[in-house]
Design a protein around this ligand. Structure first.
Ligand code: GLN
Length: 273
């Protein structure tokens, strides 16, 4: 059922992209100088003489290999793709770390220009923000303890089963699991690491989270494993404020170029072996 949803979503995404391209010449002219605050940097901001304009990305940097800290610096697949996009736009990338759950609000408030956080395109999110073309696929995976009674995704739905599920707040893992197993059986954490600590401590029976971060979490926490069966298949994309077709068109064009010249594949290969 989730797979069907993902296919449907991909179709919706493609259609919405077509719509976006059709609306290419429609500028985001709701914005006036009076609206612009110091924190409200947009792609249209004129650079100070001799300096490149800043392009601000909102993310949650606890999502290895897409965005994570190496010392003070945020690196990863999204961070590098975003830097390549900014370069194409002649801008300097600035990454702002925040709760995953705050990214859409920050994008719509204009405190960041776009959100990029291994963010899945969903119908509900499409009501709030616009998404770029997809740059990667994601899979919702299930992490359990090595000796867990849960061996297959179907076990979660078995007659009489009442497993406690850990998720990251506001993610698709959270949304789908709450839908499937009820709010009382789902505990939200501010990031995957906290959810995994809860699994190790026995407060939840499994963690539902994107597959690549799941691999990094399991590698860092002996005694855990990822089930071979998956929970959902998804598309990752960049989000911009609804109606900001100016920036969206530039981001889409950059993603197409960076896909065609192999840059995105090169970045992915660097982080996912
Ligand atoms: N792909 C998931 C989502 O969009 C999780 C993203 C994340 O935790 N950074 O909800």
């Amino acid at each position: 059922m989730k797979k069907f949803f993902a296919v449907l979503l991909a179709t919706v995404l493609m259609l919405s992209c077509v719509a976006v391209f059709a609306a290419c010449d429609k500028k985001d002219d709701n914005k006036t100088t009076a609206d612009t605050t110091a924190a409200d940097t947009t792609a249209d901001t004129a650079p100070v003489e001799g300096e490149k304009a800043v392009l601000k990305m909102g993310t949650n940097a606890y999502f290895q290999p897409y965005e994570f800290y190496e010392g003070e610096k945020i690196i990863g697949i999204d961070a590098e793709i975003a830097a390549a996009i900014a370069e194409k736009l002649g801008m300097t990338l600035e990454i702002v770390d925040m709760e995953f759950d705050s990214i859409i609000t920050a994008v719509n408030a204009g405190s960041v220009d776009f959100g990029m956080a291994g963010m899945t395109v969903t119908e509900d999110r499409l009501k709030e923000i616009d998404f770029s073309v997809s740059y990667a696929n994601g899979v919702q995976a299930i992490i359990v303890k090595e000796d867990s009674a849960i061996a297959h995704v179907d076990d979660l739905y078995a007659e009489g089963a009442s497993y406690k599920v850990g998720v990251q707040l506001g993610t698709t893992g959270d949304i789908y699991a709450t839908d499937d197993f009820g709010k009382d059986n789902v505990t939200t954490y501010s990031n995957g690491n906290e959810a995994v600590l809860a699994l190790k401590g026995g407060s939840v029976d499994c963690v539902i989270i994107d597959n690549e971060p799941a691999k990094a979490l399991v590698a860092a926490n002996p005694g855990l494993k990822i089930l071979e069966t998956t929970y959902a298949n998804e598309d990752y994309a960049i989000c911009v404020k609804k109606g900001n077709s100016d920036l969206l068109d530039k981001i889409n064009a950059a993603i197409v170029d960076l896909t065609e010249d192999g840059t995105i594949a090169g970045i992915v290969a660097k982080y996912i072996k």
